[in-house]
Design a protein around this ligand. Structure first.
Ligand SMILES: [Zn+2]
Length: 206
Protein backbone atom coordinates (compact mmCIF):
# COMPACT_ATOMS: atom_id res chain seq x y z
CA UNK A 1 0.00 0.00 0.00
CA UNK A 2 2.71 2.44 1.04
CA UNK A 3 4.69 1.52 -2.06
CA UNK A 4 1.67 2.03 -4.24
CA UNK A 5 1.04 5.43 -2.70
CA UNK A 6 4.64 6.41 -3.25
CA UNK A 7 4.35 5.43 -6.88
CA UNK A 8 1.20 7.51 -7.32
CA UNK A 9 2.82 10.47 -5.65
CA UNK A 10 5.83 10.25 -7.90
CA UNK A 11 3.68 10.04 -11.01
CA UNK A 12 1.42 12.87 -9.98
CA UNK A 13 4.15 15.32 -9.07
CA UNK A 14 7.33 14.82 -10.99
CA UNK A 15 6.30 13.21 -14.26
CA UNK A 16 3.71 15.82 -15.11
CA UNK A 17 6.13 18.65 -14.58
CA UNK A 18 8.93 16.85 -16.32
CA UNK A 19 6.73 16.06 -19.29
CA UNK A 20 5.51 19.61 -19.44
CA UNK A 21 8.94 21.16 -19.39
CA UNK A 22 10.16 18.58 -21.88
CA UNK A 23 7.37 19.57 -24.25
CA UNK A 24 8.14 23.24 -23.81
CA UNK A 25 11.82 22.61 -24.40
CA UNK A 26 11.07 20.59 -27.51
CA UNK A 27 8.86 23.35 -28.83
CA UNK A 28 11.55 25.92 -28.20
CA UNK A 29 14.18 23.93 -29.99
CA UNK A 30 12.05 23.15 -33.00
CA UNK A 31 11.19 26.76 -33.62
CA UNK A 32 14.57 28.27 -32.96
CA UNK A 33 15.33 30.55 -35.75
CA UNK A 34 18.72 30.69 -37.40
CA UNK A 35 18.40 34.46 -37.64
CA UNK A 36 17.74 34.87 -33.92
CA UNK A 37 21.30 35.99 -33.28
CA UNK A 38 21.14 38.49 -36.06
CA UNK A 39 17.88 39.93 -34.74
CA UNK A 40 19.10 40.34 -31.18
CA UNK A 41 22.24 42.12 -32.26
CA UNK A 42 20.30 44.52 -34.46
CA UNK A 43 17.62 45.17 -31.84
CA UNK A 44 19.71 47.92 -30.28
CA UNK A 45 19.66 49.81 -33.55
CA UNK A 46 15.88 49.55 -33.92
CA UNK A 47 15.23 50.92 -30.45
CA UNK A 48 14.93 54.39 -31.83
CA UNK A 49 12.68 53.61 -34.77
CA UNK A 50 10.06 50.87 -34.98
CA UNK A 51 9.68 48.91 -38.15
CA UNK A 52 6.20 49.00 -39.64
CA UNK A 53 4.17 46.07 -40.88
CA UNK A 54 3.22 45.87 -44.51
CA UNK A 55 0.22 43.98 -45.89
CA UNK A 56 2.48 42.27 -48.41
CA UNK A 57 4.28 40.38 -45.59
CA UNK A 58 1.44 37.87 -45.59
CA UNK A 59 3.20 36.61 -48.73
CA UNK A 60 5.91 35.28 -46.38
CA UNK A 61 3.27 33.96 -43.98
CA UNK A 62 3.51 36.84 -41.50
CA UNK A 63 0.82 39.00 -39.92
CA UNK A 64 1.15 41.95 -37.56
CA UNK A 65 0.76 41.34 -33.84
CA UNK A 66 1.29 44.47 -31.73
CA UNK A 67 3.96 45.73 -34.15
CA UNK A 68 5.78 42.40 -34.20
CA UNK A 69 5.73 39.89 -37.05
CA UNK A 70 3.81 36.73 -36.15
CA UNK A 71 4.42 33.62 -38.25
CA UNK A 72 1.07 32.06 -39.19
CA UNK A 73 2.74 28.69 -39.79
CA UNK A 74 4.44 28.12 -36.43
CA UNK A 75 2.85 30.90 -34.30
CA UNK A 76 6.28 32.27 -33.50
CA UNK A 77 6.45 35.95 -32.66
CA UNK A 78 9.62 37.53 -34.02
CA UNK A 79 10.97 40.80 -32.63
CA UNK A 80 10.04 44.05 -34.30
CA UNK A 81 13.57 44.26 -35.71
CA UNK A 82 12.73 41.25 -37.90
CA UNK A 83 9.94 43.17 -39.61
CA UNK A 84 11.76 43.28 -42.94
CA UNK A 85 11.08 41.28 -46.11
CA UNK A 86 14.55 39.71 -46.15
CA UNK A 87 14.30 38.42 -42.57
CA UNK A 88 10.74 37.18 -42.97
CA UNK A 89 11.68 35.42 -46.20
CA UNK A 90 14.64 33.82 -44.43
CA UNK A 91 12.37 32.48 -41.67
CA UNK A 92 9.99 31.06 -44.28
CA UNK A 93 12.80 29.45 -46.29
CA UNK A 94 14.72 27.96 -43.38
CA UNK A 95 11.98 27.00 -40.94
CA UNK A 96 9.16 26.22 -43.39
CA UNK A 97 11.01 25.16 -46.52
CA UNK A 98 8.02 22.99 -47.50
CA UNK A 99 5.85 26.13 -47.81
CA UNK A 100 8.33 28.52 -49.39
CA UNK A 101 6.74 28.27 -52.84
CA UNK A 102 3.12 28.65 -51.70
CA UNK A 103 1.10 31.54 -53.05
CA UNK A 104 -0.42 34.42 -51.11
CA UNK A 105 -3.88 32.78 -50.98
CA UNK A 106 -2.40 29.85 -49.06
CA UNK A 107 -1.07 32.16 -46.36
CA UNK A 108 -4.27 34.21 -46.23
CA UNK A 109 -6.23 31.01 -45.65
CA UNK A 110 -3.71 29.97 -43.06
CA UNK A 111 -4.05 33.34 -41.32
CA UNK A 112 -7.84 32.99 -41.16
CA UNK A 113 -7.52 29.52 -39.66
CA UNK A 114 -5.07 30.87 -37.08
CA UNK A 115 -7.41 33.72 -36.10
CA UNK A 116 -10.29 31.28 -35.80
CA UNK A 117 -8.33 28.94 -33.55
CA UNK A 118 -7.11 31.87 -31.42
CA UNK A 119 -10.71 33.00 -30.97
CA UNK A 120 -11.91 29.58 -29.84
CA UNK A 121 -8.84 29.18 -27.61
CA UNK A 122 -9.59 32.50 -25.92
CA UNK A 123 -13.18 31.43 -25.38
CA UNK A 124 -12.07 28.16 -23.77
CA UNK A 125 -9.55 29.94 -21.51
CA UNK A 126 -12.13 32.51 -20.51
CA UNK A 127 -14.71 29.91 -19.53
CA UNK A 128 -12.09 27.89 -17.64
CA UNK A 129 -11.05 31.03 -15.73
CA UNK A 130 -14.64 31.90 -14.90
CA UNK A 131 -15.35 28.37 -13.73
CA UNK A 132 -12.17 28.31 -11.65
CA UNK A 133 -13.15 31.55 -9.91
CA UNK A 134 -16.66 30.27 -9.26
CA UNK A 135 -15.27 27.01 -7.85
CA UNK A 136 -12.88 28.98 -5.67
CA UNK A 137 -15.80 30.98 -4.18
CA UNK A 138 -17.95 27.87 -3.60
CA UNK A 139 -15.00 26.16 -1.96
CA UNK A 140 -14.30 29.14 0.30
CA UNK A 141 -17.99 29.37 1.23
CA UNK A 142 -17.96 25.76 2.44
CA UNK A 143 -14.78 26.31 4.43
CA UNK A 144 -16.34 29.35 6.10
CA UNK A 145 -19.52 27.39 6.88
CA UNK A 146 -17.51 24.57 8.42
CA UNK A 147 -15.34 27.00 10.35
CA UNK A 148 -12.20 25.29 9.04
CA UNK A 149 -8.74 26.84 8.84
CA UNK A 150 -8.13 28.63 5.53
CA UNK A 151 -5.07 26.52 4.88
CA UNK A 152 -7.12 23.32 4.74
CA UNK A 153 -8.03 23.90 1.08
CA UNK A 154 -4.49 23.98 -0.22
CA UNK A 155 -2.99 21.49 2.20
CA UNK A 156 -5.45 18.65 2.13
CA UNK A 157 -8.67 19.21 0.20
CA UNK A 158 -7.07 20.15 -3.10
CA UNK A 159 -4.76 17.10 -3.23
CA UNK A 160 -7.72 14.87 -2.29
CA UNK A 161 -9.93 16.32 -5.02
CA UNK A 162 -7.06 15.87 -7.47
CA UNK A 163 -6.73 12.19 -6.55
CA UNK A 164 -10.48 11.59 -6.72
CA UNK A 165 -10.71 13.26 -10.13
CA UNK A 166 -7.80 11.19 -11.46
CA UNK A 167 -9.40 7.97 -10.24
CA UNK A 168 -13.01 8.65 -11.14
CA UNK A 169 -12.58 10.74 -14.32
CA UNK A 170 -9.21 11.04 -16.04
CA UNK A 171 -5.83 12.79 -16.07
CA UNK A 172 -7.10 15.34 -18.57
CA UNK A 173 -9.88 16.54 -16.24
CA UNK A 174 -7.46 16.61 -13.32
CA UNK A 175 -5.19 18.98 -15.24
CA UNK A 176 -7.85 21.72 -14.97
CA UNK A 177 -7.93 21.55 -11.18
CA UNK A 178 -4.70 23.41 -10.39
CA UNK A 179 -6.23 26.47 -12.11
CA UNK A 180 -8.69 26.80 -9.21
CA UNK A 181 -7.14 29.39 -6.86
CA UNK A 182 -7.27 27.98 -3.33
CA UNK A 183 -4.29 29.38 -1.46
CA UNK A 184 -4.57 30.53 2.13
CA UNK A 185 -4.70 34.22 1.10
CA UNK A 186 -7.22 33.66 -1.67
CA UNK A 187 -9.58 31.70 0.59
CA UNK A 188 -9.55 34.39 3.25
CA UNK A 189 -10.08 37.10 0.63
CA UNK A 190 -13.03 35.15 -0.85
CA UNK A 191 -14.60 34.71 2.57
CA UNK A 192 -14.15 38.41 3.22
CA UNK A 193 -15.79 39.19 -0.16
CA UNK A 194 -18.72 36.89 0.58
CA UNK A 195 -19.21 38.38 4.06
CA UNK A 196 -19.16 41.96 2.80
CA UNK A 197 -21.59 41.02 0.01
CA UNK A 198 -24.00 39.52 2.55
CA UNK A 199 -23.64 42.60 4.75
CA UNK A 200 -24.32 44.93 1.80
CA UNK A 201 -27.41 42.92 0.80
CA UNK A 202 -28.69 43.04 4.35
CA UNK A 203 -28.18 46.79 4.66
CA UNK A 204 -29.98 47.53 1.37
CA UNK A 205 -32.99 45.51 2.55
CA UNK A 206 -33.31 47.38 5.85
ZN1 LIG B 1 7.27 30.09 -38.66
Amino acid sequence: MARWLKGVKRVSTSSNDAECSKAVRAENTTITDPDDNATTSSSTVSKTEKRKHDESYIGFGFVDSNSSPLCTLCNKLLPNSSMAPAKLRRHLKTVHSESKNKNKEFFVRNKEELLESQKSMMHVTQTINEKATEASYLFSYRIAQAGEAHTVAENSIKPCVLDITKCMLDEKSAKHLPTVPLSNDIVSRRIHDLASYVKKELVTRL
